[in-house]
Write a protein that binds this ligand. Sequence first.
Ligand code: NAP
Length: 357
Amino acid sequence: MGLMRGRGFSYNPGTMSDKKIESVVIVGSGPAGWTAAIYAARANLRPLVIPGRAKGKDLLPGGQLMLTTEVENYPGFPKGVLGPEMMQLFFEQALRFGTRVVTDEGIKTGAELSTGLYTPFPDVAAVDLSGRPFKVKADSGFECQAQALIIATGAKANWLGLPNEMRLALAGGGVSACAVCDGALPMYRGQELGVVGGGDSAIEEATYLTKFASKVHLIHRRDQLRASKIMQERALKNPKIQPQWNKTVVDVLGEEKISGVRMRDTVSGKESELKLGGLFMAIGHTPITEFLNGQLELNEKGYIKLQDPFRSTTSVEGVFAAGDVADSVYRQAITASGMGCKAAIDAERWLAEQGVE
Ligand code: NAP
């Protein structure tokens, strides 16, 4: 993939030259971003985090965990923890060690951030990676320069875009975009569940959900799956998986909790209803990389390409990546945290090599 250097970045050189150069700027505020901040802060790098703005209802500061209810698979929380609560804890832990955060009103630290993750934060708008220090611009007008940059902007799960789908997802009403995160919750046990999609994720999630569900309806818009043949065969042999071929979901039914879906047949156009106790979207993820404007090498799936799979280095020296923006495979809070830790350590060592404190 061809790289473009700093295209589309315009900043005010007059004000920029007056600004202090940051050691480490972290973009993103999910588990990867806050873990990177905790490690960088404890290394006395005084990291600056640009958390990201709430956009509609599907992208929030704190990342995808803000859309999750109970998190039961993150070690250290034997009784589980709510996704938003967990991100607030990450945030407070990062602040405790001196992490600074860019809000719509400028840079703030610990005590000034009493509204927590619900503070209005800006989104990163553009970066210029053509020379060091790197230049970073937020959509609030905030600009800074950074010796090292950690990209932890995540990937957003794709949703169908139906109003009732998002309403129930936000209310913990049985609509989710992550079966591994939510599928084991008591509310789904013994229920008939639906999974939307026909790729490997849909098959994997449908198979996973058969452990808890009485039946899993695999709702796919075509009559052929996109998933790998071996996974298809395994899933279609599973007596608990019921394919719903050539169907799209046109509405999600239920007030406080999902009661079913209305589907449309993509061949006949006929509509029908299916009773469900839960619905899981598995229609792909989109990594958040637009602001990079082609300046970092991406892999064939559009995720940031790590130069060494065990590290966080990217195609630009001094720029590190962590979490789902560089991981199309695992996409878990714990793996994102681990990557954030690696990115902070890589950045710290790289800065030391450059003689930057
Ligand atoms: P994917 O392969 O892009 O599949 C997305 C599925 O969602 C497709 O079947 C697609 O239908 C459907 N879809 C997309 N938009 C839709 C919409 N608006 N309405 C209804 N259906 C829609 O995504 P993925 O399954 O998340 O996989 C992503 C990558 O990770 C893939 O490369 C996959 O191989 C890999 N992966 C691998 C494993 C594994 O090996 N264990 C597990 C998970 C993921 P169409 O088929 O009609 O386009």
